[in-house]
Each structure stands twice: as structure tokens, then as C-alpha cells.
Design a protein around this ligand. Structure first.
Ligand SMILES: C[S@@+](CC[C@H](N)C(=O)[O-])C[C@H]1O[C@@H](n2cnc3c(N)ncnc32)[C@H](O)[C@@H]1O
Length: 285
């Protein structure tokens, strides 16, 4: 009994920001469904490394943001100096969310641009500040446009597409491969992002939170092919062809030169083996 009284008298442990935001969310009315809260937090936590690339990002854009929860989280956690939500339709839940979270945290509200992304995103990126573009469940055709606009502005992005529409040919092949065609379409997107000049990371959000859980994060490098050069493979393959066809090359490819430099070390290591073997025998006696 005494213990429980003491426990009751003890000050409640300080709530962390996530707990405070969740509590404010559940106490307010007119909010988006709970599922959206969990999705946004899961997305936001998964992109932690991308968020840390700038401390803070001068600008974070929540594209096709709807309620704009990602933009609100970016401001609440101090990950962005400034945040913009772009959506062709501004729902009332955005204002409810901003009101609810302004009491849980001193975060400023994001700017809402109620316009199609096709015009609004290029304009926002033209401001020239280092910008991270986020898009949670923008339909795949919108995500493709978001990525293309980001590439034109060399901006980084984290997108989690939904509503992929695979062509029948892909559907059939994926059926045979037993791979969901939505997954295949996201992998196609990964390849496209690499070709556009991005280093790409595919991350997964817990599928219990959302089945459309593949996050594609692109960091602009400007190197088409995602920084993976095919040249070493090409050099190796050429060597094999030369051997098979009995051809001799005038100058050895750079890879062969490197091997030759390593050769004396290999010879030394082989020569040392009997010595090491004798030392081992002596020690074990
Ligand atoms: C599935 S909702 C996702 C909303 C929010 N990001 C979320 O996670 O709940 C897709 C959003 O894209 C918006 N949208 C559709 N076409 C658009 C366009 N061309 N430009 C900007 N927003 C668009 C819709 O209004 C909608 O809010």
C-alpha cells in the first residue's frame, strides 16, 4: 500500500515529444484517422538518416501531403527551418492538426500551397534552398512526376508510392515469378531514379502499419547508374574474351596492372607458409 501511495505521489515521468504529439492528436477533433498518424510517424522515423544530412534542412516539402503531417513533424522535431505542404486540395484536417500540435509543441505551421504539384513543386524548388522532398502515398504516377521534378532541380527525395498500375505484360511476368507487381513497379522506380542521377536506398516501413510500405530515398549525386561503375566488370570480361579468343592486348587493362603489383606479396606469403608451419609445430609440442 505504502509503495503504491509513494508511486502515486511521484511526479509523472516527462513525456517525450512523440507521446505529447500523439496525446494532442487524440484529444483534438477533426483530425485525420489514426492510421495516418502511425504511417506518418513510421515514414518520418525511417528517413532519419536522410533528415540528418542537413541539420536542419533549410526546406522540407511534403508533396501531395493532404493533411501535411510530415511537414508538421519536420518542424516539430526541428528537422526543417521551413516546411511547405503541396496538394491540389487542402483538407480541413490540416488546420485541425496544426491547431492541435501548436499546443503540444511550439513548432511553427508549414506553408500550404494548394496547387497541383506540376506547377507548385518546380516553383518551390526554384527558390534554391537545399530541399528534401517527401511524399507519403502519392499515387505512383504522381510519384514519378515528383521524382522527375526533383531530378531537374537536383533535389533529394523520400517517397513511398501507392496505387501502382503495372502494365499487363509486367503483371503476367510477376505472376509467374510470384513477385507482387506493385513491388516490381517500385523496383522499376528505383532503377529509374538511379538513371536520373540518384544514389537510391529502398527502406521498408512495418507492413502492419501500411502494406504500401516501400520507401524510396534518393540522394542526388549526378552520377547516372547510382555511382556503381560498370567499368571494372567490363575490363574483367574483356580479359576473359581475350583469353578465350587467344588475343593479346597491347597495354594491360588497369585491373591487370593492379593484380601484377599484388603478385610479389602473394609469392612472399606462400614462401612464409612452411616457416609458419614449423613454428606452429614447435609451439604445440
Ligand atoms: C493518397 S493521398 C496522400 C495524402 C497524404 N500524403 C497521406 O499520406 O495521407 C494523395 C494526395 O495527392 C493529392 N493530389 C492528387 N493529385 C495531385 C496533384 N496533381 N498535385 C498535388 N496533389 C495532388 C490528393 O489531393 C491527395 O491529398
Amino acid at each position: 500500500m505504502a509503495t503504491s501511495v509513494a508511486a502515486a505521489a511521484a511526479p509523472a515521468p516527462a513525456m517525450n515529444l512523440e507521446a505529447r504529439l500523439r496525446r494532442a492528436f487524440h484529444r483534438a477533433s477533426g483530425m485525420p484517422p489514426d492510421k495516418e498518424l502511425n504511417e506518418s510517424f513510421a515514414f518520418f522515423k525511417k528517413i532519419d538518416r536522410d533528415l540528418k544530412r542537413q541539420r536542419p534542412w533549410p526546406l522540407i516539402v511534403d508533396c501531395c501531403g493532404g493533411h501535411g503531417m510530415l511537414a508538421c513533424l519536420a518542424l516539430a522535431y526541428g528537422k526543417a527551418l521551413d516546411a511547405v505542404v503541396i496538394d491540389s486540395h487542402r483538407p480541413n484536417s490540416h488546420d485541425a492538426l496544426v491547431r492541435a500540435w501548436s499546443t503540444a509543441d511550439d513548432a511553427r505551421a508549414p506553408r500550404y500551397v494548394e496547387q497541383p504539384l506540376q506547377t507548385a513543386l518546380p516553383e518551390v524548388l526554384a527558390e534554391g534552398r537545399p530541399t528534401l522532398v517527401l511524399a507519403c502515398h502519392a499515387c505512383a504516377h504522381l510519384t514519378e512526376q515528383i521524382v522527375a521534378i526533383c531530378a531537374a532541380a537536383k533535389a533529394d527525395f523520400c517517397v513511398m508510392p501507392c496505387c501502382q498500375r503495372p502494365p499487363t505484360s509486367v503483371k503476367t511476368a510477376m505472376h509467374e515469378l510470384k513477385i507482387p507487381s506493385t513491388v516490381a513497379m517500385d523496383l522499376v522506380m528505383v532503377g529509374r531514379c538511379q538513371q536520373l542521377g540518384y544514389e537510391v536506398h529502398l527502406k521498408l516501413v512495418d507492413e502492419k502499419i501500411t502494406p504500401q510500405n516501400r520507401l524510396i530515398c534518393g540522394r542526388w549525386t549526378g552520377e547516372s547508374g547510382g555511382g556503381t561503375s560498370f567499368l571494372p566488370h567490363e575490363a574483367r570480361l574483356q580479359k576473359t574474351y581475350d583469353r578465350v579468343h587467344g588475343r593479346k592486348r597491347a597495354a594491360p587493362p588497369p585491373l591487370a596492372k593492379a593484380r601484377r603489383r599484388r603478385l610479389p606479396w602473394a609469392v612472399l606469403a606462400l614462401a612464409a607458409l612452411p616457416v609458419l608451419w614449423r613454428v606452429r609445430l614447435r609451439l604445440s609440442r
